[in-house]
Write a protein that binds this ligand. Structure first.
Ligand code: MG
Ligand code: ZN
Length: 206
């Protein structure tokens, strides 16, 4: 059963949302304030055409902090989904962590396994969408994204849009690649052999 499924598993590109796809407006759930970063359209089209499933993986501690309701995230997902479709692509999944250990809303106040850098959301997505993690990538703007991707067995690209300010690099927080924008990340991913040896050193791809 499992081996049959493996044959059908597809690669994905997991995408962080804030600071990677869109400008980071802290705790925003208003679609009118969503602004895509330069290069996003080109990147989404490029990755879709290359056969990657596109999956958003996002920490949304605003739920645990009581800033907005979990239901408010539906309109954010819908906004992204419609935009991807307008670009001729498809959003395969939108996975979020509503938790935070210091949250003010009791049911969300927990140290969970889905808040990045934990890789739980990637494992959930892989199960639900039949994704081959070993052929997949995580693209994000901070090292917590990189760590979540590495812990799930994916290759990683850090898009350096200014979101990361600490830069404490450990082996599992070491990006496989670093780029300036999402379009470059997409070109890099689609030009890297799927079955190549694991990349163990970071490389600047300017
Ligand atoms: Mg981010
Ligand atoms: Zn969580």
């Amino acid at each position: 059963m499992r081996s049959t499924q493996n044959n059908q598993r597809r690669p994905a590109v997991f995408l962080d949302k804030d600071g990677t796809l869109i400008h980071d407006v802290p705790y925003n759930v208003n679609p009118a304030l969503i602004r895509f970063l330069p290069g996003t359209r080109e990147a989404i089209q490029c990755l879709h055409e290359a056969g990657f499933q596109l999956v958003v993986i996002t920490n949304q501690s605003g739920v645990a902090r009581g800033y907005f309701a979990e239901a408010d995230l539906v309109q954010v997902e819908e906004h992204l989904r419609r935009r991807f479709e307008a670009w001729g692509a498809r959003l395969a999944g939108f996975f979020y962590c509503p938790h935070h250990p210091d949250g003010s809303v009791p049911i969300y106040r927990t140290r969970c396994v889905c808040r990045k850098p934990e890789p739980g959301l990637l494992f959930s997505a892989a199960d639900e969408l039949n994704i081959d993690l070993s052929r997949s990538w995580f693209v994000g703007d901070i090292l917590d994204d990189v760590e979540a991707g590495r812990r799930a067995g994916c290759r990683t690209v850090l898009v350096n849009t200014g979101g990361e300010t600490e830069w404490v690099i450990t082996p599992r927080r070491l990006p496989h690649y670093i780029t300036d924008d999402l379009a470059r990340a997409a070109r890099l991913i689609t030009s890297t052999p799927a079955t190549g040896r694991a990349v163990t050193e970071a490389a600047w791809a300017g």
